[in-house]
Design a protein around this ligand. Sequence first.
Ligand code: NAP
Length: 489
Amino acid sequence: MATTQSREAQVVDAVPKQLFVGGEWRDAAEGGTLGVEDPATGETLCDVADAQVGDAVAALDAAVETQAEWGSHAPRERGEILRRAFEMLSARADDLALLMTLEMGKPVAESKAEITYAAEFLRWFSEEAVRIAGRYQVNQTGQGRVLTMKQPVGPCIFITPWNFPMAMGTRKIAPAVAAGCTMVIKPAKQTPLSMLALAGILEEAGLPGGVLNVITASSSGSVMEPLIRDPRARKLSFTGSTEVGRKLMEQASEQVLRVSMELGGNAPFLIFEDADLDAAVQGAMLAKMRNVGEACTAANRFHVASSVADEFASRLAERMGALKLGRGTDDGVEVGPLIDADQRAKVAELVEDAVGKGARTVVGGNAPDGSGYFYEPTVLADVSDGARLLKEEIFGPVAPVKGFSSEEEAIHWANDTEYGLVAYVYTRDLGRAFRVAEALETGMVGLNQGIVSNGAAPFGGVKHSGFGREGGPEGIEEYLETKYVAMSL
Ligand code: NAP
């Protein structure tokens, strides 16, 4: 036990706790600090610098000063820095996973899976850095020529959430580095340590000072707004709630900033009567329980053909009820705590509302006594149309199940939301698979699989889930401008 504790202390101690500005680690100018809590115990792990506006402006100054030089850096060198960072992240995955679990709560195995996912963006974009190309075209008349070139957008502002503290960072940083952009990034105040560790790794991998600047702050709104309104910034990429995203878009409109928004979700999980039910239960476990349901891609509601709805609910309940809750650092733990007391209270309120409107609790439905923000994995059956959790993002381990009687009805329910990030579909009928995939109003579809996240694929949503794509060949386009040169020979 003593060894375990000292290893936890070691991984926390190893992380720089200061702001990273212009290649230097420094305290906040006013000397403030902000505590980082372990959500499984409620205890403070350590303190990190608490930036004020002046610190954030200094970070943007550094990004702006470095932009021209970094933008003309050899693409191969940019790629090699990312590749080295990929190797380092992979080699240190055990320590980084423990660090993430300490600040965020998810079981270590899940944190490790996130490190692998996060590292893949570094590898993928290390390969994309040398594939940035324009085109040369003889125009319609045969007289002139069309030449296009791709250039870095310029200094970027990034804001990331606490639920995937490392991957939401590398998904923005890696394509920006590959494209030749500089940046200021602000992680969520609950989980700054993973980002600070990543900055240390990128520094060690040879990223020149000023390319990546990290600001940690307790007052995110007042610290970031002046940067978003600063005419020297060229791009804002935000991952977080739709509510905050909307506010940031308003601020970004002042300088007509290029914007990418990765916002909230309310993913439907459709199971047709011809589906392989074993596979559907397995996929449902992934889509629901990854990150304790605190994922924008989490299946928020299960729409199941009425003929198999009860069987699905009881089989899912059996699997969910057998999961072991506990501190993410303990052996065998499969479900960690939620991020904080507010989040747990919101989950409990949504369950209470659904049960009050007639839903049947098949398993779970309680917040266990004791420390930490735990909530039992819960399956609710016969959920009525008016239940709030069909409309609102649950962000917790709760699976509402509702029957449908036809393909049209399933599609109607799936699209009956302002969100449009991802939908999951289980069917063995190929024609239906394509029909439904085409009809769904989402940016992504998981067909007979409960997970879509993949470094090689374009991640992103439609409707209130945002716009822009991260990952895949599309991911780097977010950081490139196309310049057209009209040529007369
Ligand atoms: P959030 O409250 O919107 O916070 C996200 C980030 O924005 C944090 O860094 C937060 O900083 C910052 N922030 C909050 N208010 C701000 C303001 N007025 N100005 C500037 N920055 C501000 O969301 P969250 O609760 O952390 O994350 C959960 C949400 O993220 C969910 O809705 C989830 O669906 C969404 N999400 C979407 C994706 C996707 O790719 N589509 C991925 C992951 C999560 P502080 O925490 O320091 O206040």
